[in-house]
Design a protein. Structure first.
Length: 337
């Protein structure tokens, strides 16, 4: 399966030797999870309790947040309700100058502040404050499944790998779907494809402490792509990675064009900031996205969803090119993630 055009529009080109070690297991290649509801977290039944007779590593969940209190509270509630694995702490990193107004469930949860703007600076602050042997990353707009930590830590320990890339399951909030939601259903957060080609997101990532001790922290100077760049460094050091779909978090589909285009503009801005010679072909940018069309045609979605996903992807191609020209001319400035 080819990856849509936008997935590789990055200045951080990933050589094959730096793409990490992909470890395959029965758990990782099991049939896709079928949720009981399209928009509610559910439990995945891949592993029963393999840690019962093993020493349980202490885990630190790290969540950067910036003015997202309502969704953060849902994320915290989901973490409070984790089943079968309770040996963890949760570090919420507030990347805003004002205080967070959230309910802290118990002593396992704490809030630290990071004044330097950017999610990578916030994650680094969380790492520095963490006490765990395993770092578990997710975002404030994600809802972990009830056994997310159990599945992630179990797979990490059983397979003996250094990093775990978990599944990010999109859920929608409108019927009929908006055009942006149609696009998100097909293209958002394909972690398995990312594992094959390089990009990995910190919406659902597990890593052992020693990986950060050796490979270093996230690059706080990058405006975008910091998670990919860090995983490249970890891979170059020989640290293995496994895709574990049973370790799942839910992520809301972006609803509006402004949300979706803003995300892509941040990526383009990050690429341009890292490499002023970064360019997009004007001819290719205005041509229909044929690689994306192949993915859309194979998707098990209704015709309306497919048609609108293609329309949005074509619109994005053109918008990305035009935004890059605005960056070059000084009409726009890169925005930090």
């Amino acid at each position: 399966m080819k990856v849509p055009d936008f997935a590789f529009e990055t200045a951080l080109t990933i050589p094959p030797k730096l793409r990490g070690t992909i470890v395959h297991s029965k758990a990782a290649t099991a049939s896709p999870l079928k949720p009981t509801s399209s928009n509610l977290p559910c439990k995945s039944h891949f592993l029963s309790n393999p840690l019962r007779k093993r020493p349980v590593p202490y885990a630190s969940v790290i969540i950067p947040t910036y003015r997202d209190e309502q969704r953060l509270q849902k994320c915290i509630s989901a973490l409070k309700g984790q089943e079968e694995f309770t040996n963890f702490e949760v570090i919420v990193v507030n990347n805003d100058s004002s205080d967070l107004k959230i309910a802290i469930p118990d002593s396992r949860f704490r809030v630290v502040a990071e004044k330097k703007p950017g999610s990578y600076a916030a994650r680094n602050a969380g790492i520095k404050a963490a006490k765990g042997k395993v770092f578990c990353f997710t975002d404030s707009d994600c809802i972990p499944s009830v056994d997310w930590l159990h599945q992630g830590i179990s797979t990490l320990e059983l397979e003996g790998v250094d990093r775990i890339s978990g599944r990010v399951q999109i859920f929608t909030q409108n019927y009929p779907l908006t055009p942006t939601e149609c696009h998100e259903k097909i293209f958002a957060f394909d972690q398995m494809q990312g594992l094959r080609h390089g990009p990995q997101v910190t919406a659902n990532l597990f890593a052992r402490r020693e990986v950060f001790e050796d490979a270093g922290l996230f690059n706080e100077e990058l405006l975008s792509g910091g998670d990919t760049e860090w995983n490249m460094r970890a891979a170059s050091k020989g640290f293995s990675i496994l895709y574990a779909p049973q370790a799942m978090v839910w992520h809301p589909a972006r609803i509006s064009w402004a949300e979706l285009s803003g995300q892509h503009f941040r990526i383009i801005g990050g690429c341009f900031s890292a490499n002023k010679a970064y360019s997009l072909s004007p001819i290719r940018s205005y041509m229909p996205p044929m690689n994306a069309a192949k993915i859309i045609l194979r998707a098990g979605e209704p015709l309306r969803t497919k048609a609108l996903a293609f329309y949005v992807e074509y619109k994005l191609k053109i918008a990305r090119y035009n935004y890059l020209q605005d960056l070059r001319s000084g009409k726009a400035r890169p925005k930090r993630v």
